[in-house]
Design a protein around this ligand. Structure first.
Ligand SMILES: C[S@@+](CC[C@H](N)C(=O)[O-])C[C@H]1O[C@@H](n2cnc3c(N)ncnc32)[C@H](O)[C@@H]1O
Length: 205
């Protein structure tokens, strides 16, 4: 991808901004005191580096889940298609890039890679968590399934972080904002941090 286009793209939906990464790291330091961290949507590992570093500081781990076949917007012809990520079978495969990112960051021990659909893993998950970061598919059905599948595993005092929360759907789709407002309205979460399109909540019940 052309570097200029990449920079423009990073200011829009889909790529974590440095300021969001730092806020996520701070959230990981809080959640890591409570329990292990988990993210939905590893992609090539940008957010995993911020959260993995927090996990290391807290002497815990980050579980990072992705089927590595890309979200809707990362498929051929879509805005976030990355030809460099196409595997030998012609399908998107972001797993090799994730492994390089984590190795270069020295986080192989602290970040546990899970290659699977989020819903498959959440159904069988049994470990209480200190942080859940939702950044997988952004369809309403998927974001809702991620919230419903993972938030019950959050320990009280643990952190729920959601990326790409845009009050105006024209800025990048409305599903994460919908789930963010529903989480607040449930009374089970209190708002902690807002940074660009990242929202950080704490479980209070
Ligand atoms: C926006 S990217 C994640 C970006 C990453 N958090 C970062 O900051 O670099 C979304 C990722 O979610 C993954 N994904 C989409 N739906 C998924 C699902 N149901 N289960 C697991 N991963 C999914 C896609 O393969 C894609 O890599």
């Amino acid at each position: 991808m052309d570097p200029t286009l990449r920079r423009q793209g990073e200011a829009a939906r889909g790529f974590l901004l440095p300021s969001e990464g730092l806020a996520l790291h701070g959230a990981g330091l809080i959640g890591g005191q409570v329990g292990p961290l988990l993210e939905v949507g590893s992609y090539c590992g940008k957010s995993a580096v911020y959260l993995g570093a927090a996990a290391r500081e807290c002497r815990t781990v980050l579980y990072t889940i992705d089927h590595h076949r890309g979200s809707e917007e990362q498929q051929p012809g879509q805005d976030y298609y990355e030809p460099g990520l196409v595997g030998p079978d012609g399908r998107i495969d972001s797993l090799p890039a994730l492994r390089v990112t984590l190795a270069e960051a020295g986080l192989d021990e602290e970040v546990v890679i899970i290659v699977a659909r989020s819903g498959t893993v959440s159904t069988y998950w049994r470990t209480p968590l200190g942080l859940v970061f939702i950044d997988g598919s952004h369809t309403e059905e998927s974001v809702r399934a991620d919230f419903q599948g993972w938030s019950p595993h959050l320990i009280a005092g643990g952190i729920l972080a959601i990326h790409d929360v845009f009050p105006d759907p024209a800025d990048g789709g409305g599903a994460p904002f919908l789930i963010f407002t529903e989480a607040l309205a449930s009374g089970a979460f209190e708002p902690l941090v807002e940074e660009a399109s990242l929202r950080v909540l704490r479980r209070i019940a």
